[in-house]
Design a protein around this ligand. Structure first.
Ligand SMILES: Nc1ncnc2c1ncn2[C@@H]1O[C@H](COP(=O)(O)OP(=O)(O)O)[C@@H](O)[C@H]1O
Ligand SMILES: [Mg+2]
Length: 285
């Protein structure tokens, strides 16, 4: 049997004569545990990469037959539906609806799978600009619902601009969609957090999420209400984006509406990271 030991020596006087104390610590178990941990994290990284590639390829290849279905459905609708009876037309409407849902799901999975692959380098970006651009993408939903969205004093952060815009778009989109019939009121705020990070909140006064579901909704395809349109990929994508930036995202406790909170590193973290890289040190936000 091989034992791995760490030796520590210390010089001292013993009976007024110089002596060495040598302590041998058996570190076999610790070394074994460290090797096992390294092996497991390599396995995990490999299977994550396989999964990403699988999801991306599958979603991409599914788009081609979907385009065919869509195209032919529209030919039937535009050129041949007059000859169909009311029941056949109703069935056709169901197929059109299902095809549109499937298209949204495939697009959503593609966006989710490509969060790491389509990543740009992080840079200091204006998070207010990302939020305004997200609002531009949501103009139709904002106009239709009459939503009021307030964006107050958002800071510069160290981020990938497009992913930050996607994050705001998903969260503001949810706040508008789950307003429960009332005029949506959405507020985006940020305040300084620890270690040069910022803490953002996106709050609404809508239908809320029960306390015991607040973690579940971040899972892929997890939805609480099937009457409202959606695929259940939005919050899972948000979590992936925030975690890629070294932050955390969660739903705040509260009795009214929903407040989603996430953290992101500020530009000072970049400066510290750059300084640490130059001096060969390590810096963690
Ligand atoms: N702001 C919100 N208010 C109430 N419920 C929400 C809110 N955001 C998310 N949810 C719940 O979490 C689920 C998952 O959200 P998401 O992943 O964005 O999927 P989708 O929007 O496609 O339903 C939603 O279906 C909804 O039940
Ligand atoms: Mg959503």
């Amino acid at each position: 049997m091989v034992i791995e030991v760490e030796l520590h020596t210390q010089g001292l006087l013993f009976d007024r004569r110089p002596a060495d104390v040598i302590v041998a610590v058996d570190v076999s178990e610790r070394q074994h545990a460290e090797r096992e941990l390294r092996r497991r994290s390599q396995d995990l990284a490999r299977s994550n990469a396989d999964l990403e590639q699988f999801a991306s390829v599958a979603a991409h290849d599914l788009q081609e037959p979907l385009r065919m279905i869509d195209g032919h459905l529209h030919v039937i609708l535009n050129n041949h539906s007059q000859g169909l009876g009311p029941r056949a037309r109703q069935h056709l409407a169901f197929v059109v609806d299902a095809a549109a849902r499937l298209r949204d799901m495939v697009r959503g999975v593609l966006v989710y799978a490509r969060v790491p692959a389509h990543a740009a380098a992080f840079a200091p970006v204006d998070s207010a600009a990302a939020a305004w651009e997200a609002l531009g993408f949501l103009r139709h939903a904002v106009d239709q619902s009459g939503a009021s969205v307030s964006i107050v004093d958002l800071p510069k952060v160290n981020a990938d601009f497009n992913q930050l815009r996607q994050l705001f778009q998903n969260l503001i989109g949810n706040a508008i969609k789950f307003a429960g019939g009332a005029r949506p009121e959405v507020a985006l705020r940020a305040e300084p957090w620890t270690d040069g990070c910022w803490r953002f909140t996106v709050s609404d006064q809508g239908i809320g999420i029960p306390a015991h579901q607040r973690e579940r909704v971040f899972g892929l395809f997890q939805r609480l209400d099937n009457q409202i349109d959606g695929c259940g990929i939005g919050l899972a994508t948000c979590r992936r984006i925030v975690e890629r930036h070294g932050g955390r995202i969660w739903i705040e406790d509260g009795d009214h509406g929903t407040t989603v909170t996430f953290t992101l590193p500020g530009p000072t973290v970049v400066a510290k990271q750059a300084h640490a890289a130059e001096s060969g040190g390590d810096y963690r936000a």
